[in-house]
Design a protein around this ligand. Sequence first.
Ligand code: GLN
Length: 195
Amino acid sequence: GPRVGVLALQGDFREHARVLAQLGARVSLVRRPDELADVEGLVIPGGESTVMDKLARAYGLAEPLKAAIADGLPVYGTCAGLIMLADTVLDAIAGQESLGGLDVVVRRNAFGSQNQSFETDLGVPALGEPPVHAVFIRGPVVESVGADATALASLDDGRVVAVEQGNLVGTSFHPEMNGEYRFHEYFLGKVRARS
Ligand code: GLN
């Protein structure tokens, strides 16, 4: 299988590693720049984007990650991972940076306090039937999708919660938490197509 890294600075990287291994990938955890060198794809997990950003910069990973993204490395980000991939982040903390790559504006913690965590079934045309059961945990919404990016899924009220652009995929929710493997398969398709 393809060699896929999971950014393991913080967050639910073990869940992603388990899903990817079940799908036949050779999974490695990425914490240092040299661990990025031989991966053919990368997953950025959910967690806390403010912490992930600080650690990525402290460990010297932010610049190599940006270079890998610019070079076309397939990357799938869930929740905090989507925030890391967004070109513009609203409701960021002071000094928070993202890696960028996705021509989107996301807003952190965008669901009201009643709704910070919820589950719903989402139609995702790129993945076909059945709908995706999506688990949201203090997730971001995509407030605008730029010309270079494409929405993959929206809530009933129209808010975009999954996007792609070239080899980048991002979801506001957490497929790794409930046995939903099709987004990881979709990402692995991009990895295989590039290798
Ligand atoms: N609220 C978190 C953030 O802003 C994301 C939550 C998650 O990844 N489940 O980074």
